[in-house]
Design a protein around this ligand. Structure first.
Ligand SMILES: [Zn+2]
Length: 412
């Protein structure tokens, strides 16, 4: 045995367990003491989760907040404008360095799988993608990274972007992105989605688009994405992020679209924290929250996840990045506070995200890959409440993060 984690708590089980790991995989999870191993970790009664998964992170833009002018309106269009100023002169090595600082911070917080969005278009060409591909190579031992070929300026709006998306895929990007709601007309949005499916089919890749990410309740890109997913037989291979317009859809239309999303097996990534900051900026009161109808999606059986999206960039000034913090934000925004709902928000940054990424060997169970995080709190509730530093992170059966902190009240 290579590694044993003792005195661990796992979800759905009362008694502490031992997790035995051999050759990068979990070989046993149980209450009977395992024999010794080359290395032992005492989880001290902490919850052990599979490594967090973040399926939506613009690592090419991350930390531009350190050098950018302020986003005075706080809106998405101004964020796009500010980013473009940098994008014109991106250097892949500089992109990789900024992305790397964020990836390293995410790994320390227990994230072992990232889906990074690389802006691909005529403004920045392939420079962002090349930067993120460099980062993927550099961090291969610490985490899995997918890189999305993402048309941030649109496809119809940015002639040449579709060709660059394919070029980025030939260079190593392995998910097809999309931004249909950003096109000028519904017809162009549909064409945008059609082009993304053509590319995905040609290269046999999954799709992750940013859809209906607008305060306009008449935005219709999610509806067409669901229809297209069914028609192209892409069930279970498509993720749609944001979908904030859903908050403004009328109830009858929302129910129809949610039903289509469920039927198509589309995952919805609700990145609550950024939409709280960026959406509904022009509202007086009451202000909309700008997030999808999470409880209605869950009730219909839709796979819902939540992702970090942005870390100190023109869109959002915060982000550690930490998927436990993201889960907590989600609990607040979607009002998921009952015990079973707290489990649901943790699912959104673990098992649901694994389903979206189609990871077959994910979890804390025999046979699963040993990518684990010793959270530092005994339960899901306490983990969300305390947001503790992660005690240990295990990757492929090897300890890659260990945290030691000593903080005491003095004089008591
Ligand atoms: Zn995004």
């Amino acid at each position: 045995m290579d590694l044993i984690i003792r005195n661990a708590r796992v979800r759905g089980q009362q008694e502490p367990v031992e997790i035995a790991i051999d050759q990068g995989r979990i070989s046993a999870v149980g209450t009977s003491p395992e024999p010794t191993a080359s290395q032992e970790i005492d989880a001290a009664g902490s919850l052990v989760l599979p490594g967090f998964i973040n399926l939506h992170l613009h690592a090419d833009k991350s930390l531009l907040g350190e050098v950018m002018r302020p986003n005075l309106s706080g809106t998405l269009p101004e964020a796009i404008e500010i980013t473009n100023e940098f994008k014109r002169s991106y250097d892949p090595k500089e992109v990789a360095e900024r992305a790397g600082r964020v990836i390293a911070a995410g790994v320390k917080n227990g994230t072992t799988f990232f889906r990074l969005f690389a802006d691909v278009g005529t403004i920045g060409g392939l420079r962002a993608a090349r930067g993120l591909l460099l980062a993927r190579e550099h961090f291969a031992e610490l985490c899995d990274i997918e890189v999305v070929s993402f048309p941030q300026e649109g496809i119809a709006r940015d002639p040449g972007a579709a060709e660059l998306m394919e070029e980025a895929i030939r260079e190593g990007c392995n998910v097809v992105g999309g931004l249909p709601w950003y096109e000028y007309t519904d017809a162009d949005a549909r064409e945008h989605i059609d082009i993304c499916f053509d590319i995905a089919k040609r290269h046999d890749l999954d799709i992750h688009m940013l859809v209906d990410d607008t305060d306009d309740a008449n935005s219709r890109s999610l509806e067409y994405l669901a229809l297209k997913t069914m028609r192209e037989d892409f069930y279970g291979r498509v993720t749609a992020s944001h979908c904030g317009a859903m908050a403004g859809y009328n109830d009858v239309y929302a129910a129809k679209v949610i039903d289509m999303v469920a039927t198509a097996g589309i995952t919805i990534s609700v990145n609550a924290h950024i939409n709280l900051v960026c959406s509904a900026r022009l509202d007086r009161e009451p202000r909309r929250r700008g997030i999808a109808r999470v409880k209605e999606l869950l009730a219909r059986g839709v796979n819902v996840i939540s992702s970090q999206d942005d870390v100190n960039d023109p869109y959002y000034p915060f982000g550690k990045p930490d998927q436990l913090e993201v889960a907590s934000m989600m609990a607040h925004t979607a009002q998921l506070t009952l015990p079973h709902e707290l489990e649901q928000v943790v699912d959104m940054v673990t098992v649901n995200a694994a389903q979206a990424a189609r990871l077959a060997d994910y979890g804390v169970a025999p046979g699963a890959r040993a990518d684990l995080v010793v959270v530092g709190a005994p339960s899901v509730h306490e983990a969300l409440r305390q947001q503790p530093l992660r005690s240990h992170v295990i990757r492929n059966g090897r300890e890659i993060v260990r945290t030691t902190v000593n903080q005491e009240l003095q004089g008591f």
